[in-house]
Write a protein that binds this ligand. Structure first.
Ligand SMILES: CC(C)CCC[C@@H](C)[C@H]1CC[C@H]2[C@@H]3CC=C4C[C@@H](O)CC[C@]4(C)[C@H]3CC[C@]12C
Length: 595
């Protein structure tokens, strides 16, 4: 078969042929597959015979997917919300096959809603375009009636045009709200039944104190399902989208600086590693630690963290875990959060740099920063990359998070062993058994496998090659009332707590003093919204003043250096705990960030 052939030009019939499909795992890369597009449903298999035999791999309704096409590279990206497919033309296919495919897809889609061609800014080629089709669940109810008129789709199409800018809004880089967003929230407030007016009668059990720390937040999370993200963007068409502020109701009362410290929840795995003589076994524990940092994702897809302001700091002293952690927002554009934790058993540091890739219905968060861990007992310095986090169905309440990709852990001070971990991309949506699967191997210098482990990032990791095969990590049980408290674990609930013992020791730049976040935590959403605008305005004023004076912001506790591989990284300058001790932050000059 020399590519896809259209059987009938007027009424699209069956369209089939070979295409190359991108695969993440196993055997990452482009693979030749036989595709059939039949009545708007796209299926594929290895060969035509397999299709006939019913060995079909996916059945994707193209009318519900967002398609972006790059004619130059002959590539199509199909985002169905739950799944993301990348295909391109086979070397064997003829040039205009892509045109045929697009025509066919357009034909099917147009029965549901009109389609428009727009350019995708994430694509360098001018020739690339994107067809957009909304499904009902992603469409804010208010606009449903408008959906029938072409203009709305036009506008959404325009919205996709600015894919990069919008994605930045997830991390909310720079915001100002001149756009009457409050109108959006109020005019569109149609709270879903059942979630509203949750009374704050906490049962006694959940009120019980753990470690003397709070086990509930002062107020329940408020339902934000009525906030149509698409509506917000729709109402801001024509404006500079990077300046569209998202309503605070989309936020959880934690900042990204606090969020990153959650990766240390299972730090006891590093304590074990620092007492494990066998380097290969030690690696198994370091690997389990790197996986444990992803466990929060099954509970946290309804809210997003606050984007820290430049110069904001956060400390987290965990005597029970034996470590202390500091973080600082060191850059605003691009947003960069640096952090450092130390204990008798390890040091941990990283700076968070990430890029967003927007595919129409899903956002992929690609982190480029490396995580570093040193273990003093053995002089090890481990370094690893992060997996990709994907927010599927970002505009809908059926939003879900997935991690995928390979992580490689290296010991920079000794190359006798390395570890490869694969976060398996789910191949069949809804297959609960293979959900969130993780597999890993510890290899020696010669590439021989010495340990094997596996499991999932939400349920735990088992290693059967250890002297006694065992579960090496399991997430803590989630409190029963998690839904009422932003999906927070017990650990997360403690992060923003302002206990009397630290109140006078913290620098005023600490996230715990951020007033809008505190108001949100107290359930005062409207006031929080107002305060957030003021804080963001103050940040802009400060930047303007600095630019005028020709000055540049200098982070207080972190410095920029170059790592062993020539990458730019932010590391601690070692002053935080010294200043805290003597003379104390009350007697130093501090940035004034809040209002
Ligand atoms: C529209 C909103 C309400 C949907 C929710 C978005 C949430 C799930 C998004 C917004 C910002 C995202 C975070 C941004 C940056 C990072 C750093 C990276 O190294 C790991 C993933 C992590 C920590 C992301 C996890 C997912 C995240 C928290």
């Amino acid at each position: 078969v020399a590519g896809m052939s259209l059987v009938n030009n007027t009424v699209p019939g069956i369209c089939e042929g070979f295409l190359m499909k991108k695969r993440k795992y196993p055997l990452r890369g482009w693979h030749k597959r036989y595709f059939v597009l039949d009545k708007g449903v796209l299926k594929y298999s290895k060969t035509q015979q397999d299709i006939v035999r019913g060995k079909i791999h996916c059945a994707l309704d193209v009318s519900l997917a967002v398609m972006s096409v790059n004619r130059k590279s002959k590539r199509i990206d199909l985002d169905a919300g739950d799944s993301l497919y990348h295909v391109k033309v086979c070397i064997c296919t003829t040039k205009n096959v892509i045109v045929v495919v697009i025509d066919v897809v357009n034909h099917y889609s147009s029965s549901g809603c009109p389609l428009h061609s727009v350019s995708l800014s994430s694509d360098s080629s001018d020739e690339s375009y994107c067809t957009v089709c909304q499904d009902q669940q992603a469409t804010p109810s208010q606009d449903r009636k408008l959906n029938r008129t072409p203009s709305v789709t036009d506008c959404t199409a325009e919205y996709f045009d600015a894919s990069e800018v919008i994605c930045e809004n997830l991390s909310e880089n720079e915001t100002s709200d001149e756009s009457g967003l409050s109108n959006v929230t109020t005019s569109n407030s149609e709270p879903e039944e059942g979630h509203t007016g949750v009374s704050s009668t906490n049962d006694l059990a959940s009120n019980a104190q753990v470690n003397g720390r709070r086990s509930v937040l002062p107020a329940h999370s408020t339902d934000n399902s009525h906030i149509g993200i698409l509506t917000i963007l729709y109402n801001n068409i024509g404006k500079d989208l990077s300046r569209v502020s998202m309503p605070v109701a989309l936020n959880e009362p934690l900042s990204l600086l606090q969020r990153v410290s959650e990766e240390l929840e299972y730090s006891e795995l590093l304590d074990i590693a620092n007492h494990t003589d066998d380097p290969f076994e030690r690696m198994v524990y370091v690997a389990a630690f790197s996986i444990s940092g992803y466990a929060w994702a099954s509970w946290r897809n309804r809210y997003k963290p606050f984007n820290p302001v430049l110069g904001e700091t956060y400390e987290n002293v965990r005597e029970d875990h034996g470590f202390r952690y500091i973080a600082e927002q060191v850059s605003h554009h691009p947003p960069l959060s640096a952090c450092h934790a130390e204990s008798d058993n390890f040091s941990f540091w990283q700076d968070q740099r990430w890029k967003n890739k927007f595919w129409g219905k899903s956002v992929e968060i690609v982190s480029t920063g490396m995580v570093n861990v040193t273990l003093p007992n053995y002089g090890d310095h481990y370094e690893w990359n992060k997996a990709v986090t994907c927010i599927h169905n970002v505009f809908s309440q059926q939003r879900s998070l997935e991690h995928y990709g390979d992580i490689v852990i290296r010991n920079l001070n000794n190359n006798e062993c390395t570890c490869k971990i694969t976060f398996v991309k789910s191949r069949y949506w809804g297959d609960e058994n293979s959900k969130n699967e993780v597999q890993g191997t510890v290899l020696d210098r010669a590439g021989r496998v010495l340990h094997r482990f596996g499991g999932s990032w939400h349920e735990g990791i088992f290693c059967d090659t250890l002297p006694n095969p065992q579960c090496i990590w399991k997430p803590n049980p989630q409190p029963d009332d998690y839904f009422d408290y932003y999906g927070f674990s017990q650990y997360a609930r403690e992060l923003n707590e302002l206990t009397p013992d630290i109140k006078n020791k913290l620098p005023p730049t600490d996230t715990r003093f951020r007033p809008d976040q505190r108001l949100l935590e107290d359930g005062k959403v409207e006031e929080a919204d107002k305060r957030k605008d003021e804080i963001e305005e103050k940040q802009r004023e400060r930047r303007k003043a600095m630019t005028k004076k020709g000055e540049e912001h200098v982070p207080r506790f972190f410095v920029k250096t170059i790592d062993h591989a020539g990458r730019e990284v932010w590391v601690t300058n070692g002053t935080y705990w010294k200043i805290r001790e003597n003379p104390g932050f009350a007697s130093t000059e501090n940035l004034d960030l809040w209002c």
